[in-house]
Ligand binder design. Structure first.
Ligand code: DGL
Length: 272
C-alpha cells in the first residue's frame, strides 16, 4: 500500500501535539497535517454546540487538503462531535476517548479508575459511559481540571506555578484512591511529570492521545490506506488560528524534531 495522502489531526490548540509526537514515531512514512484552533482555545468551558461548530470548521479546512483520515486529537471535541463528523465524512474518523478507555481497562487492577479532563469532557461523562459499558463493576472518579490547559498554552507547564496548580487540583484523589488515571485531555501529557509526582509512582497514567495512534495505525491497514513506501521527506505541516510564535516555541520544544514553522489561518467569520 502506498497512499501518500496526509492524515489530519485537529485540536483546540497545542494539546494534539502530544498525539502527533506519538504519530511521528509510530508512523514514520505518513504525511501529517495538524491544525490547532489556538485563537479560540480553550474549548473546555464552551457550550457543546459551539465546540461542534468549531470542530466542523477545522474538519472542513483539512478536508480541502485531501486528508485520508481525520484524528480528533481533542477529548472535548471527541466527546461532542465525533459521532456527527463520523457519519458525515467518507474517510475514517478517529477520536481519543475509546482508545484511552480501553487502555485504562487493560491497566487497572483494582477497577478504581480516575479521569481528569476539561469541564466539557467531564460533563459529557463519555469516559465513564464507555468504561462502565465494557467493565460494569469499574468505579470511576471524574474530575475537571480547568486550570491545566491555560498553563500549557502559555508555555508555563514546567514552572512552580504549574506544580502548585496541579497539586491543588488533584487533591480530591488523596481521598479517592485510584490505581489508574486517564489524562483525558491531550494537553495534559505536557504536565505528566508533575501529575505523576502528585499522584505517586504507583498510579498508572494513561495518555489517551498516545493510545490513539496505535488504533490509527491499525485502521490505516484495515482500510488499506497506509503509506508503506519508505519516505525520506515526508510532509509534516502545522496550522494555527493563533500566534505562530507561541505555537512554534511549544511545538519545537515538545516534538524535538527541529524547528517548527506553523502557518497562521483564520476560521469562521470571526475568531470569538
Ligand atoms: N486538548 C483538548 C482536550 O483534549 C481541549 C482543551 C481545551 O481546549 O479546553 O480536551
Amino acid at each position: 500500500m502506498c497512499n501518500e495522502q496526509p492524515i489530519g489531526f485537529i485540536d483546540s490548540g497545542v494539546g494534539g501535539l502530544t498525539v502527533v509526537k506519538e504519530a511521528l514515531k509510530q508512523l514514520p512514512n505518513e504525511n501529517i497535517l495538524y491544525l490547532g484552533d489556538t485563537a479560540r482555545c480553550p474549548y473546555g468551558p464552551r457550550p457543546a454546540q459551539q465546540v461542534i461548530q468549531f470542530t466542523w470548521e477545522m474538519t472542513q479546512f483539512l478536508q480541502k487538503k485531501n486528508i485520508k483520515m481525520l484524528v480528533i486529537a481533542c477529548n472535548t471535541a471527541t466527546a461532542v462531535a465525533l459521532e456527527k463528523i463520523k457519519t458525515t465524512l467518507d474517510i475514517p474518523v478517529v477520536g481519543v476517548i475509546l482508545p484511552g478507555s480501553r487502555a485504562a481497562i487493560k491497566a487497572t487492577k483494582t477497577k478504581q479508575i480516575g479521569v481528569i479532563g476539561t469541564e466539557g469532557t467531564i460533563k459529557s461523562a463519555s469516559y465513564k459511559r464507555v468504561i462502565v459499558q465494557k467493565m460494569p463493576n469499574a468505579k470511576i472518579t471524574s474530575l475537571a481540571c480547568p486550570k491545566f490547559v491555560p498553563i500549557v498554552e502559555s508555555n508555563q507547564f514546567q514552572t512552580s506555578v504549574a506544580k502548585k496548580i496541579v497539586a491543588e487540583s488533584l487533591r480530591p484523589f488523596t481521598k479517592q484512591k485510584v490505581d489508574t488515571l486517564i489524562l483525558g485531555c491531550t494537553h495534559y501529557p505536557l504536565l505528566r511529570p508533575i501529575i505523576q509526582n502528585v499522584m505517586g509512582t504507583e498510579v498508572k497514567l494513561i495518555d489517551s492521545g498516545a493510545e490513539t495512534v496505535g488504533e490509527v495505525s491499525m485502521l490505516l491497514d484495515y482500510f488499506q490506506l497506509a503509506n508503506d513506501r519508505p519516505t525520506k521527506d515526508r510532509e509534516v505541516a502545522f496550522y494555527t488560528t493563533g500566534s505562530t510564535t507561541m505555537f512554534d516555541r511549544i511545538a519545537s520544544e515538545w516534538l524535538d524534531e527541529g524547528s517548527v514553522n506553523s502557518k497562521h489561518i483564520v476560521l469562521g467569520e470571526k475568531n470569538l
